[in-house]
Design a protein around this ligand. Structure first.
Ligand code: AMP
Length: 301
């Protein structure tokens, strides 16, 4: 079952305590697409500039990602520069150039419109809504957002929230969106805004899942070294939704398995800069770490 993703396809310049990378392939849609492609076919909606190289497009093609909805416009590609603190859960945006993303109007090719699984990556909620309005057979919509949109486009975001099944969001953003500091209260408040399920990402501390009737917690897979946390959240979302689109099992245990697959994929992403590790990853490695993860969290023995 195909997954449609809308989000940024970017050049990222990243500085972490382990080193730096200049203008590497990044963006929420890029991480999501490669992560989800291990489980399901993916279709990208997004925009790139004239400067976007063929070798980056080849990475998507190698992962079978459909690029018909990725438009090339005159101008430069979206560029983000970020710097991480010693505490890798904290990062600063040093530069943000929207470039061709400014004024982008997503238009879905006919071949995308019957997709049942959708990820609205972190972009302007107006664009997220435009994508939703073009889909005919939605089974599940998951959505991400960030402080910038919560503060600047609250009304539009509220409208999107009324139409989605799941929100996948950072803990600090969940607090900002709900006005509640306690994370359980924050999740309860967000559930009242529309989504049936809220997934709260807590960086190296893992993920919490809330619905009206259930709660589930997983750690992040413990690693000795994290090189670059960029894209962990989008890789989590990709592994999660990609797996769910494959299994089509929306039961509580199906959701839990998908959450662990998402966490496993994200744990690979942070092992190297940008998309490097994800693009050298095999399904066998994912399955092996999934087994280790099961072992790690098993207390029934
Ligand atoms: P994550 O680390 O999963 O939260 O996402 C990192 C990705 O988000 C990077 O590859 C950036 O290109 C992208 N990004 C950073 N700032 C923004 C923004 N304001 N809007 C959309 N995407 C962004």
């Amino acid at each position: 079952m195909s997954v449609v993703v809308v989000g940024t396809v970017a050049f990222d310049s990243i500085e972490t305590p382990s080193g730096f990378a200049e203008r590497v392939l990044g963006g929420s849609a890029s991480y999501f697409a490669v992560a989800a492609s291990f489980f399901s076919p993916v279709k990208i909606v997004g925009v790139i500039g004239e400067d976007f190289p063929e070798e980056h497009l080849a990475i998507f093609s190698r992962h079978g990602v459909d690029l018909e909805g990725l438009r090339r416009e005159n101008g430069e590609t979206f560029h983000w520069r970020g710097r991480y603190h010693e505490d890798l859960n904290v990062r600063d945006t040093v530069e943000l150039h929207l470039n061709v993303l400014a004024g982008f109007r997503p238009r879905l090719p006919e071949s995308y419109r019957d997709a049942e699984y959708v990820f609205l990556g972190n972009i302007d909620p107006v664009m997220q809504m435009e994508v939703l309005n073009q889909l005919r057979r939605i089974r599940l919509v998951a959505c991400d957002t960030m402080d910038h949109w919560i503060q600047g486009s609250g009304d539009e975001l509220r409208r999107v929230m009324g139409k989605i099944g799941m929100l996948i969001i950072n803990d600090s953003e969940a607090r900002l969106l709900s006005g509640e500091h306690n994370i359980v209260r924050a999740a309860r408040a967000i559930l009242k805004m529309g989504p049936k399920v809220v997934l709260i990402k807590r960086g190296e501390y893992g993920v919490l899942q809330f619905s009206d009737s259930s709660m589930f917690a997983t750690p992040a897979y413990p690693l000795e070294e994290v090189f670059d946390p960029t894209g962990a959240g989008d890789s989590f979302a990709g592994g999660f939704l990609g797996h769910l689109a494959r299994s089509r099992d929306h039961s509580q245990s199906g959701l839990r398995r998908a959450i662990v697959y998402g966490s496993v994929v994200a744990s690979f992403t942070v092992e190297d800069f940008g998309l490097k590790r994800l693009t050298n990853l095999s399904l066998a490695e994912i399955e092996e770490r999934y087994r280790r993860f099961t072992d790690l969290t098993n207390f029934h023995t």
